[in-house]
Design a protein around this ligand. Sequence first.
Ligand code: AVI
Length: 352
Amino acid sequence: MAQASGRQAVDESTLRLNFESIMPNPNLSTFSPAELVPSSQTERTRFGRDVIAGLRQEARRLSPKYFYDVAGSALFDRICELPEYYPTRTEIGILRDNAKAIAEVVGPNAEVVEFGAGSLTKIRLLFDAFAAGEAPLRYMPVDISGEHLHMAARRLQAEYPALQIQPVVADYTMPLILPKAAADSGKRVGFFPGSSLGNFQPDEALEFLRLAARLLQGGGLLVGVDLVKEPAVLHAAYNDDQGVTAAFNLNLLRRMNAELAADFDLNGFAHYAFYQAARQRVEMHLVSKLRQTVRIGEERFDFAEGDSILTEESHKFTVDSFRALAAAAGFSPGPVWIDEQRLFSVHWLVVR
Ligand code: AVI
């Protein structure tokens, strides 16, 4: 996502937050997430700063990470259920069909770190695949949305009482500090499903994988990656008939109006998504339908008819191109599991 320049400079407040967030939390039910959630004012300031910087660029762009406010997350959940949006159900099928083989490479008593954990649904498929006595010992879901994460962690804890769950409220694209592995634990294993890696720009994807490799020393990473395919299939996935993806894209304007005192006219912009074959990526844009001026606080932005804001890149990979990227980041690519239609892939990468 479009925050590469900030990634190297470790944000002190984030680090402090990460450290507090990983403190052992044996009793999730009496735990108050409010202590760990960054103040919404801080988030808003960062959001505002990024938006202004993105809209000042010659080629205007916004980071896709800002799609996911409460309304945006609900719209994304609806996208995952759409007939045209194949990635979610295909990845779930791959995880289900290959759960035993995946459990084997992960090994017994693992410590699992999930990046951008969200609702913690896919991880259940993994946990259920282990033989008695071999299930992961500790689970550290990392997500920026603290309240949502803690609620999901509580639900998971009720289903898996023996599992030690330590939610980490943090931006997983920044360097993380995790607690030392317990003496009796197996490998430290990362889990990064959903092809979220595809939403990074290529240099950011490499940087994220490098950070992950450092964090997962002696272990590995299980990562879901969307595959290059027929453009018509990709086009349909990002231009659904019900207009849910369009609403998801336009919600970013509504969010800026609500949080940044902006005055975007939602009817003045159109959702536009297309597959750019040469770059193997889907691009989502918001295109101005007319000449207009938008105010964000004190700032003014002029749009000519047809001017666009790039809101998301969703990169697609071949098995080989992804394995080459992983190798460049310090992993030895291991087995890869793919559905019959070759829509989606799940890779096991071993830290070198
Ligand atoms: C979260 N991410 C992997 C989705 C994707 O397909 O790139 C986000 C999305 N954008 C539009 N539809 C779904």
